[in-house]
Design a protein around this ligand. Structure first.
Ligand code: OGA
Ligand code: MN
Length: 214
């Protein structure tokens, strides 16, 4: 893990709820992830919300992306999970967040697809959100993306009244934010848009619910 990168992410997250970095990943890993995302898109991404009980019900009025959870079944997925694991350990050292595990999926938004404004976790409502997501990361996998291509990630402040950042989903760019503090949305694009969305989670186990399951 690139220490200056983690230091920059940690410094930012001490000051504010989010940060955006370019060039966070080794280029060879980025290349392989782009290739993998495009291959999976052809073969087997599924409408988001299907096959995962903790997800929101499948609702095409809320989100239209297709996803594939990353399980480490290929070498490049393992390399990504290792990279995320180093980030988890490094952030824990610096921010004492107690990040316990990581989950992530590839996502593909076709032209016109969107994800309406949402939070990735609700700290006050553990029953609505048993996922214990603490930090969200989104890595973008789109070469040659222009502003006019759309597909920006728009982050709002906690009150939802102010746009705090618009992120163009360009290859290698990494958005990091607190899962329960930053309402965000994905605007429709005119091109195919690929990304990986991931979440560092705290350990939400209670006597009644073993988390994560399985
Ligand atoms: C998500 C999400 C943002 C993006 O998958 O929860 O908010 O820019 N993705 O792809
Ligand atoms: Mn989200």
């Amino acid at each position: 893990m690139d220490t200056p990168l983690v230091d920059r992410v940690a410094d930012r997250l001490r000051q504010q709820d989010w940060c955006v970095m370019d060039g966070a990943l080794p280029l060879s890993l980025l290349d392989s992830l782009i290739e993998r995302a495009v291959t999976l898109r052809r073969e087997s991404m599924r409408p988001a919300g299907i096959g995962r009980e903790t997800d929101l019900a499948l609702d095409r009025s809320v989100r239209r992306d297709r996803i594939r959870w990353i399980t480490g079944e290929s070498e490049v997925e393992q390399a990504w999970l290792e990279w995320a694991e180093s980030l988890r350990v490094a952030l824990n050292r610096r921010l004492l967040l107690g990040l316990f595990s990581f989950e992530s999926h590839f996502a593909h938004y076709g032209p016109g697809d969107f994800y309406r404004r949402h939070l990735d976790a609700f700290r006050d409502q553990p029953l609505v959100s048993p996922s214990c997501r603490v930090i969200s990361v989104v890595l973008y996998l789109n070469r040659g993306w222009e502003e006019d291509d759309g597909g920006q990630l728009v982050m709002h402040d906690r009150s939802e009244a102010v746009v705090i950042q618009r992120v163009i989903p360009a290859a290698g760019r990494l958005a990091v934010f607190l899962s329960d503090c930053v309402p965000h949305e994905v605007l429709p694009a005119v091109r195919d848009r690929y990304s990986i969305a991931g979440w560092f989670r705290s350990n939400g186990s209670t006597a009644a619910v073993v988390d994560p399951p399985g």
